[in-house]
Each structure stands twice: as structure tokens, then as C-alpha cells.
Design a protein around this ligand. Structure first.
Ligand code: SF4
Ligand code: FES
Length: 375
């Protein structure tokens, strides 16, 4: 497909949410609160078609994600299909439910890269955050197996109030595990993180200390590990160019086959999403109403509409604008030029020490700490 207008580019990345099933219950999970069920998941052949169509459209890289992708029994076949389509394959895993033997099968199928999330540098805290006893030990074991297979490893450390003071220890842990990259990923407030916002939100002084510490760690570990980190949304002055701009560079396929411009797009009411069950990936990319809803800049209101940064950050995040202002066309309030920017300081100040609402398929009491869903 040729780019047909300045606002219709080829996508480069595909996030394949193979399943929403996951043994963990992380309270900041970016999956929607209404999780899709196993019965609705796409079969192997349909995913293989999606990978081939995506590659034909220009996609270079697929992120095999979830939920926990290892919950799919056909993960090896899916990985092989993605490689056969010519895609660079990145497995995003919690590491729970994936054995070293199965990992070897994935490597043989052509897996290119593995990303493992960690919850903390201390076992008890990590397991409490994940809502799964023993997760910490399993993650370390799988990370060792990844390195043993010769696969490049990225550690994704999701940080929030309970662990942000241990960034240094988490980076040390990533180095010890043999990772080549560590992402210090501040919680983003979508999906399950919204009901947990007051429990996850770091204090301003913690964020400032973390910023200084990252600089120090980059100096100390230069040439050993790459450290990625950005300022968390609620403490930033400008918004992030979310997903590289709506419908510009990436797409997201849900377990049941709906194609979304970003993982949280379904939180915006009134958007019409097309499915790979009825349409080709190219048709969806070019013509689906959801993808065209916020492409380009014509939809913008002031202050974005006349702002010179609108081609860099695309007005920030549509889902965040809707979540906080009930207006998906509004300037992301992370931007200090938004008339609603003060709302973020107000929400960041509303911190509360209470039990997490763990992610699970069926509604569970907020105080529960048992393991996540297992269907
Ligand atoms: Fe970005 Fe809009 Fe803020 Fe300008 S006004 S910096 S385009 S979010
Ligand atoms: Fe949907 Fe940012 S998460 S546009």
C-alpha cells in the first residue's frame, strides 16, 4: 500500500493481544476492565493470516502480548507464523506459565526478542504487587533461560509508589539477569490503573528522586545496559505522542480480532471498530471509522489546533483526554497549555493507602490478594 495522503502512513508495529488470560493480577494492567474471554479468541489460522496481511501492509515488528501470551497453547505455531510472514517477533511475557522447554521451542520457531516484566527487586513486595505468590522466583528463572538461549532480553520495570524508591535495585537486578535493556515504565493510568490510581500514584518528591537516580544510573551502567525512562504523565509539562499519533504507525489486535488504534481505544464511546474476522488488515487500516476518527490534525481544538507542537505530540493521548475530561478531542490535560492541566496535580495529590483492585476476569473483592484468573 502506498501512503495515499500526508496523514495515511504505513504502520510499523503490531501489538497482538493473543489472549486476555493471565495468571497475574497486576493492579496497573493496561488491558480493558472488561476482559475478553477464551471462547472469543481468534484461532491459529486467523492470527497467521493477520500476521501475513500486516507484513504486506508494511508492519515490521509484532509484539506477541496479552494478557499472558504463554496461556495460548499454540504460541510456538503463532511465533513461527509471524516469522514466516517476515516479522521481527518480540514476546512480552510475565514469565509465569512459560517453561524453559517451551521457550526453547519458541527460539527454534524463530523468536527474536523477549521482554519480561518485573514488579520489584524484593520478592515479597513483587509477589504482592503481582497478586501471585512465587512470581518473582519464576521470573528470575525464565530470564536466565532467555539469556541461555542467546535471546536478547529487555526487563520492563513498572514503577509506582510502592517500588519507585528501589529503581536502583531493579536496574541492578536487570543487569544481574543479563538484560541488554531496562525500561523504567511509570504506571500509565488506563485500564485497571484507573481504579487503582490513588494507591499507585507516587509523591512528587519520589518522582524527583527517581529522575535524579535514573541520570546517575545511566552514568554508572553506561555500556552495560540501556536504561529507558520518561517523566510520568501526571508530573510532565508536555504530553507524550501517544502510540506515535493515532492511526499513524501502529495497530492493536484484541484477542477476539477487533483492531484498535491503541490498547485503550475502546474506552472512548462511539468509535466503530472493525474486526479481522470481516475485514483485511489493510482495509481496516485505511477505512475503519475508528482509525480515521483522530488522524491528522483537523479534529483538534484549541490550544492544539494552532500549536506548532501538534505535529510532534499530536495533542497527546485521546484516551487520557476522554478519561479525564470526557472529551476525546480535547488537548491531553498533561499539556501545561491545557486549561485543565491543574486537574492532574489535584489527582496526583489524591493518594490513598488502600488495598489494590487486582486485575481478574470476574469481579472480585478489592481486598483479595489471591492469584489472578486462570481460565
Ligand atoms: Fe501538544 Fe496540544 Fe499542548 Fe501544543 S497544545 S504542546 S499540540 S498537547
Ligand atoms: Fe489511546 Fe493514548 S492510549 S490514544
Amino acid at each position: 500500500m502506498e501512503a495515499t495522503s500526508p496523514t495515511l502512513l504505513r504502520p510499523l508495529g503490531l501489538l497482538a493481544e493473543l489472549t486476555h488470560r493471565c495468571p497475574l493480577g497486576c493492579p496497573y494492567c493496561s488491558n480493558p476492565v472488561a476482559l475478553e474471554s477464551r471462547a472469543d479468541e481468534l484461532d491459529t489460522a486467523t492470527w497467521a493470516r493477520v500476521f501475513a496481511e500486516a507484513a504486506g501492509l508494511g508492519v515490521l515488528q509484532v509484539h506477541l502480548s496479552g494478557g499472558e501470551p504463554a496461556a495460548r497453547r499454540d504460541l510456538v505455531e503463532l511465533t513461527a507464523a509471524a516469522r514466516q510472514a517476515g516479522l521481527y517477533t518480540n514476546l512480552i511475557t510475565s514469565a509465569v506459565g512459560l517453561s524453559a522447554e517451551r521457550l526453547a521451542g519458541l527460539a527454534q520457531a524463530g523468536l527474536d526478542h523477549v521482554q519480561i516484566s518485573i514488579q520489584d527487586s524484593e520478592a515479597a513486595s513483587a509477589d504482592r504487587i503481582a497478586g501471585y505468590e512465587g512470581a518473582f522466583v519464576r521470573k528470575r528463572a525464565l530470564a536466565a533461560a532467555v539469556v541461555q538461549q542467546g535471546l536478547p532480553l529487555t526487563v520492563n520495570a513498572v514503577v509506582h509508589r510502592a517500588n519507585i524508591d528501589r529503581i536502583g535495585e531493579m536496574v541492578d537486578q536487570a543487569v544481574a539477569l543479563g538484560a541488554s535493556r531496562v525500561e523504567i515504565a511509570h504506571v500509565q493510568y488506563y485500564g485497571w490503573a484507573i481504579p487503582n490510581r490513588a494507591m499507585l500514584m507516587p509523591a512528587p518528591e519520589q518522582v524527583e528522586r527517581a529522575r535524579e537516580q535514573v541520570e546517575e544510573l545511566r552514568g554508572r551502567h553506561h555500556g552495560i545496559i540501556v536504561i529507558d525512562a520518561v517523566v510520568p504523565d501526571y508530573y510532565a509539562r508536555y504530553p507524550k505522542p501517544c502510540v506515535g499519533g493515532w492511526g499513524r504507525r501502529s495497530l492493536n489486535v484484541t484477542p477476539s480480532g477487533k483492531v484498535l488504534p491503541c490498547h485503550a481505544a475502546e474506552s472512548i464511546p462511539g468509535l466503530e471498530f472493525w474486526s479481522v474476522r470481516e475485514h483485511s488488515v489493510a482495509d481496516i487500516w485505511c477505512h475503519s471509522p475508528a482509525f480515521n476518527a483522530f488522524r491528522g490534525t483537523d479534529w483538534m481544538q484549541e490550544p492544539c489546533a494552532s500549536c506548532p507542537r501538534r505535529f510532534e505530540d499530536f495533542g497527546g493521548c485521546r484516551c487520557q483526554a476522554f478519561a479525564l475530561l470526557r472529551d476525546a478531542r480535547a488537548t491531553d490535560p498533561v499539556c501545561h497549555l491545557s486549561p485543565h492541566h491543574g486537574l492532574l496535580a489535584e489527582l496526583a495529590g489524591a493518594r490513598r493507602d488502600a488495598a489494590y483492585v487486582y486485575r481478574r476476569h470476574t469481579p472480585a473483592p478489592a481486598h483479595a490478594t489471591a492469584q489472578g484468573d486462570r481460565d
